[in-house]
Design a protein around this ligand. Structure first.
Ligand code: HXC
Ligand code: NAP
Length: 300
């Protein structure tokens, strides 16, 4: 159920990183539905283009696709210059991320960097590029970063993601204080399981092929105190609330939306300790297949 009035974001302009797919697309769609102009970015040009076209048509608003790799500071600067040349945006959603499950002992430095360069470094580059422009323009603005509940209880088998997201949790709290005087708020959302193709191919590859790998299978729902995964509209509503005028005193907070899962101890992959070498090799191959298909669609 939508909780907000139809024109809540009329006249507002937002950037959602990774807005071509999954949760980013959902939030971009909600903002557009509520009247905002939206920018979405991602590495796969055709994916963001297609989504922008669909969201613009469905919501009768302007949605602009930008091919950008947030790991590359110059690319982020170029994107932000292009956006701000059309006028300062009112808000940024740091949603783009990379992740896969792996035993930490099997990670190479490249494997660690593949995640940390997107999540930890890339998110900072985007936040900095927007923040310094807002400060210069004396523009009141908002940042929402999409984290995970692992920032509180750790992320076995997803250590590069958990470390990077934990860093962004502290970025949120630090900049909430440093940039409060400039009218910039920073908050974060820590979703529990909201099934998306991107996440499930890399975090639950057994389940996506009928549970044959015996990894998470349906445990994201059955281990949840509410017995279910999240519904996209629930996330859309929280992302709207945090972005809206009217909660101007709320900053520096990370809000879990997970049905109570992490409080119940089910918010991470600790159950994967049972798996052996061959199962991990199978998982790696399935994730590799998904990555190769996605990489074929991008130029960077
Ligand atoms: C071990 C792996 C691996 C695996 C890749 N690597 N997959 N190591 N196990 N399963 C290693 C590779 O061997 C290589 O190291 C290095 O990582 C880089 O691999 P590439 O395939 O070249 O990476 P790249 O093309 O840059 O792709 C980045 C990516 C990919 C992060 C690996 O997954 C991606 O593009 N992801 C974007 C979308 C995404 O991940 N969405 C899910 C977000 S979900 P070597 O040493 O061999 O060179 C999420 C949900 C959290 O965060 C919460 C859920 C509840
Ligand atoms: P997703 O569909 O795979 O979304 C990730 C997006 O990030 C993709 O659109 C991807 O597009 C983009 N991206 C990745 N690397 C990028 C880069 N270097 N530059 C620009 N864009 C990049 O997965 P999702 O499930 O929706 O995840 C979205 C966010 O929610 C992530 O932050 C994730 O950690 C978080 N989250 C998800 C869940 C869940 O249950 N789904 C739970 C907790 C947190 P390209 O590949 O085209 O670049």
């Amino acid at each position: 159920m939508t909780m907000f009035k139809a024109d809540l974001f009329k006249g507002k302009r937002f950037l959602v990183t990774g807005g071509g797919t999954g949760l980013g697309r959902e939030m971009a769609d909600e903002y557009a539905k509520l009247g905002a102009e939206v920018y979405i970015c991602g590495r796969r040009g055709p994916v963001v283009e297609e989504t922008a076209k669909e969201l613009a048509k469905a919501n009768n608003t302007r949605v602009t696709a930008l091919e950008c790799d947030i790991r590359v500071p110059d690319a982020v600067e170029d994107m932000m210059t292009r956006i701000f040349n059309e006028g300062p945006i009112d808000g940024l959603v740091n949603n783009a991320a990379g992740n896969f499950i792996s035993r930490t002992k099997d990670l190479s430095p490249n494997g660690f960097n593949a995640i940390a360069n997107i999540v930890f470094h890339g998110t900072f580059y985007v936040t900095l590029a927007a923040g310094k422009r807002w400060i210069e323009a004396k523009k009141k603005a908002n940042v929402i970063s999409i984290l995970t509940t692992w920032v509180w209880n750790g992320g076995p088998f997803t250590v590069p993601s958990a470390m990077s997201k934990a860093g962004l949790n502290i970025m949120t709290k630090s900049l909430a204080v440093e940039w409060a005087q400039h009218g910039i708020r920073l908050n974060a959302i820590a979703p529990g399981p909201f099934p998306t193709k991107g996440a499930w191919e890399r975090l639950n590859p057994g389940s996506i092929r009928g549970g044959t790998m015996g990894t998470q299978q349906d445990s994201s729902a059955s281990n949840n105190p509410m017995g279910r995964v999240g519904q996209m509209q629930e996330l859309r509503n929280l992302a709207t609330f945090l972005m809206a005028d009217g909660c101007d005193y709320l900053t520096g907070e990370t809000i879990a939306i997970d049905g109570g899962a992490f409080l119940a101890g089910g918010g991470n992959f600790s159950q994967l300790s049972k798996l052996g070498d061959s199962e991990w090799e199978g998982i790696r191959q399935m994730i590799k297949g998904a990555n190769e298909k996605d990489r074929a669609k991008r130029t960077v």
